[in-house]
Design a protein around this ligand. Structure first.
Ligand SMILES: C[S@@+](CC[C@H](N)C(=O)[O-])C[C@H]1O[C@@H](n2cnc3c(N)ncnc32)[C@H](O)[C@@H]1O
Length: 330
């Protein structure tokens, strides 16, 4: 992960605290397009969206400035399908580390030139999805040649990336036994890796959930090794608390009372707000969303990154996301 120099910390801490205590979001996910060049087995999106209305970079920045969340995700669909993606990042960013910007991508359209431009514009973390340690990734995502491409591009970019590339693996029943090999792939490419867990909310496909006892205990062993940062698992960046949450979600099948709408939400391409990408209910402002959705919401059917990272106590959140990196940088 890139280190945050001390001079950038006050703004992150100020807006983090303000937003936490005033029910404003800690993370906003800008889904800048719902079109995607992939068609993943575990996802409801895939293919092009016809006549999509998209906010301009200036309009997106205007929405951001109403909330000033300390962290933003630029996601989709596939965000790199937007030709103006560099400008989107430039307009939203206030300085190098505010907001802390994570671009979530399948990496098919990533090359050195684009990577450097996006980094220069202010992307702090490139979260590149990886579901398998070989060509099965192509079948899962319906992009022929994707694994081969990542296998070439990611090691090249990793060299000058200052730790800004982090692979992201959503664990399913199909890839659970591949986790060690996926981690080895991250190590070979010279990047870190983060886990999330499959939710059936996108496709209603219960068969992709990890439910077999032997798979659950296989994962438990791996998560314990990650917590101890043992061997190949040194490159796993999930915190111990986060791994415990992921494990609880797998074991129990849910963690109720999600705070989507309050602690985080999604901005759709046309600028409407959704509580999350799994509850596509449009709101024009956050106040109505909290009243009309969050206050009644009991949903616990996902524990994807955006939710899991904001569901720790505020002090833990600050410690994990700001202080540790600031201390590490000194
Ligand atoms: C929806 S994609 C959008 C960004 C980009 N196109 C990509 O593939 O990374 C964001 C992340 O959601 C994950 N994802 C998709 N469907 C999921 C599901 N049902 N459960 C958990 N994660 C899922 C993907 O693996 C990916 O890492």
């Amino acid at each position: 992960m890139p280190h945050i120099p001390l001079k950038y910390a006050p703004k992150l801490i100020f807006y983090g605290s303000r937003n936490y205590f005033t029910s404003r979001p800690l993370v906003i996910s800008f889904e800048v397009t719902l079109s995607c060049n992939a068609n993943c087995v575990h996802c409801d999106l895939g293919g092009g969206v016809k006549d999509e209305k998209r906010m301009s970079p200036d309009e997106l920045a205007k929405i951001y400035n109403k909330f000033k969340s300390p962290v933003i995700q630029i996601s989709g669909g596939e965000p790199l399908l937007r030709r103006d993606i560099v400008e989107v990042v430039e307009k939203i960013k206030h300085n190098k580390f505010f907001p802390y910007a994570i671009l979530v991508t399948n990496g098919w359209l990533l090359n050195r030139e684009r990577f450097l431009k996006l980094k220069e514009a202010g992307v702090n973390q490139f979260s590149v999805s990886l579901d398998f340690p070989d060509e099965r990734h192509d079948d899962f995502r319906a992009i022929k040649g994707l694994f081969k491409k990542l296998n070439t591009v990611i090691p090249q970019l990793a060299k000058g990336a200052d730790g800004s590339i982090v692979l992201n693996t959503a664990i399913t029943s199909l890839n659970v036994r591949e986790v060690p090999k996926i981690v080895e792939t991250a190590n070979r490419w010279g990047v870190c890796i983060s886990f999330s867990v499959y939710t059936p909310l996108r496709t209603n496909d219960e068969s992709l959930r990890v439910t077999k006892e032997e798979d659950i205990s296989f994962l438990k062993d791996i998560f314990e090794k990650c917590k101890k940062r043992e061997g190949i698992y040194k490159s796993v960046v999930n915190s111990p608390q986060n791994l415990d949450g992921l494990f609880k979600f797998i074991r129990d099948g849910e963690i109720p009372y999600c705070q989507s709408g309050r602690r985080f939400f999604v901005v759709r391409p046309e600028g409407e707000l959704n509580p999350c990408s799994l509850h596509r209910i449009n709101f024009s402002n956050q106040k109505d969303m909290i009243k009309g959705f969050t206050k009644k919401n009991k949903c616990g059917k996902c524990y994807v990154s955006i939710r899991s990272y904001v569901e720790v106590s505020f002090l833990k959140l600050l410690w994990e996301n700001v202080s540790l990196r600031v201390l590490n940088s000194n």
